[in-house]
Design a protein around this ligand. Structure first.
Ligand code: CP
Ligand code: NVA
Length: 332
């Protein structure tokens, strides 16, 4: 078996990586997590610096990159959604070349996948995708590490996703599952099924890895026997508030609630990339309640707060897995 070497690589989407490379990143993340828990220093990249560009807001991804980089001994510069010239006064290509002259790696969160791909094309240092409309690959590493911690493996796991299946999280789950031999079932309204070309690509990969990709409009069929029930917000960052009315109408039937959980494997867990609308604790949640009378949206508070919910373990794993990506691509 050839040794895995990811030095100098970009991390833009999981489709660019082999199953062995993804497993390597998960192993490295588990090792770094253990070191952190035991207080073992891992300042492998002392004195290096990374730029964090966020054209959309973030809690987990930003904090993960910052804490991970600091644990590795690195400096960070955060460029907030209004704090850079990128795309407005300076092209992506020029920004990439400017930042590559100062930093050892660049994280980008924003809109189209083509932006992060362009940034990577013109940057001579690694570029990491911190979420685009199409993909959220660092989220997938955290999800798979969590699944491995719970079930001991990702291969063969049946994961059912409920809700908007044509956006970053669902599309990335499909790609991750296809690479790693998982059985991914996406339950949604037909209008929110993923791009058929991506489904075809993922099905071809799943045929090689022993996994499968299933699309259904029936939430109960998806939940039956699933080991992971997963959902995401019904309206994503960058989409207009007006989208809620139509989205609620079409997505309500895909809410993850105790009835769906009862159809799943008895050892099933609930996962969510977060943030989640499960109660009235958010401004948008309260606005939705006033307009539509719904107190909880993609997941009920009961499921979110239940012992089956592993969402905070999953959120913590964002940091350990992002640290693995930084360490592996910068050659720690
Ligand atoms: N899951 C996730 O990416 O969270 P943030 O938007 O808070 O970074
Ligand atoms: N689909 C969500 C994911 C957030 C982590 C969004 O893009 O807003």
């Amino acid at each position: 078996m050839t040794a895995i070497d990811l030095r100098g690589r970009d991390f833009l989407k999981l489709l660019d990586f082999s199953a062995e490379e993804i497993s390597y990143l998960l192993d490295l993340a588990a090792d770094l997590k253990e070191k952190k828990k035991k207080g073992v220093s891992h300042r492998y990249l002392e004195g290096r610096n990374i730029a964090l560009i966020f054209e959309k807001t973030s809690t987990r991804t930003r904090c993960s990159f910052e804490v991970a980089a600091h644990d590795l001994g690195m400096g960070t510069t955060y460029l907030d959604p209004s704090g850079s010239q990128i795309g407005k006064k300076e092209s992506i290509a020029d920004t990439a070349r400017v930042l590559a002259g100062m930093f050892d790696g660049i994280e980008y969160r924003g809109y189209g996948q083509e932006i992060v791909e362009e940034l990577a094309k013109f940057s001579r240092v690694p570029v990491w995708n911190g979420l685009t409309n199409e993909f959220h690959p660092t989220q997938m590493l955290a999800d798979m590490l969590t699944i491995r911690e719970v079930f001991g493996t990702v291969k063969g796991i049946r994961l059912a996703y409920f809700g908007d299946a044509r956006y970053n999280t669902a599309d990335s789950l499909m790609a991750a599952g296809a690479k790693m031999g998982m059985h991914i079932v996406l339950a949604s309204h037909e209008a929110y099924f993923p791009d058929p070309a991506l489904v075809e690509t993922c099905r071809a990969l799943a045929a090689e890895s022993g996994g499968s990709i299933t699309l259904t409009t029936d939430p109960e069929e998806a939940a039956a026997g699933a080991q992971v029930l997963y959902t995401d917000v019904w309206v994503s960052m960058g989409e207009p508030m007006e989208a809620w009315a139509e989205r609620i109408g079409l997505m309500k039937k895909y809410q993850v609630n105790s009835r769906l959980m009862s159809l799943a494997d008895p050892k099933a867990v609930f996962m969510h990339c977060l943030p989640a609308f499960h109660d009235q604790g958010t401004g948008i949640g309260r606005e939705i309640y006033e307009k539509f009378g719904m107190t909880e949206l993609e997941v009920t508070d009961e499921v979110f707060e239940s012992p089956q919910s592993v969402v905070f373990q999953e959120a913590e794993n964002r940091m350990h897995t992002i640290k693995a990506v930084i360490a592996a691509t910068l050659g720690a």
